[in-house]
Design a protein around this ligand. Sequence first.
Ligand SMILES: *Cc1c(COP(=O)(O)O)cnc(C)c1O
Length: 225
Amino acid sequence: MTDVDVAKNLHQVLECLPDGVRLVAISKYHPAEYIQEAYDEGQRVFGESHEQELKMKVATLPNDIEWHFIGHLQTNKVKYIAPYISMIEAVDSLRLLREIDKQAARNNRVIDVLLELHVAQEATKYGLTIDQCRQLLEDGEWRKMHNVRIAGLMMMASNVDDEEQIRREMTIAADFFDEVKSKYFTDDDHFRERSWGMSHDYKIAVECRSTMVRVGTGIFGPRVY
Ligand SMILES: *Cc1c(COP(=O)(O)O)cnc(C)c1O
């Protein structure tokens, strides 16, 4: 047993998720034994944000775990995770998309990615503005990338207490998803994920059409940096 009741927390989160919403358990900065505990309860999808830390965890934990890379990813780090990563959630430039395609090809894989939107008010967050995202898709170079598959959109709402603001930002992202889906991906069933909702706002996210919530602290407790 770990100090935190991972199993109990995990089930509490899962109980709040309707059918069609998946949980990515965000395990960054938490030890492998915490992940193992969630794994033993049936959780298979985990999210990490540092390449080195991820590598160490991959080496020691069961190999049917689906790892999502959730943080800002530097182009020069793509090659390290390309052999095994299931999904790269935060693609915020064409340059990064190209590099993922290239490294996935080297590994004879197709890697699922999400385009990260910047909708929140905080200036520090990464991501494409709605206009930049439209531009990237309109430009069309992605259509020629055969080893990368755009599976949806990801965003982080502002870190505020104002529920209405969070709801507003998530709704902007959800409406934009519909626009993108109908313009570029109508016949592509792989484009379907709306990744939003963290520990403090995943219940709101579920109401705002999220298909994938990313919960860390709510399951594993506070991170020790
Ligand atoms: C750390 C992180 C999370 C999880 O945050 P919690 O508040 O611990 O649930 C979700 N998404 C991203 C992109 C993160 O970096």
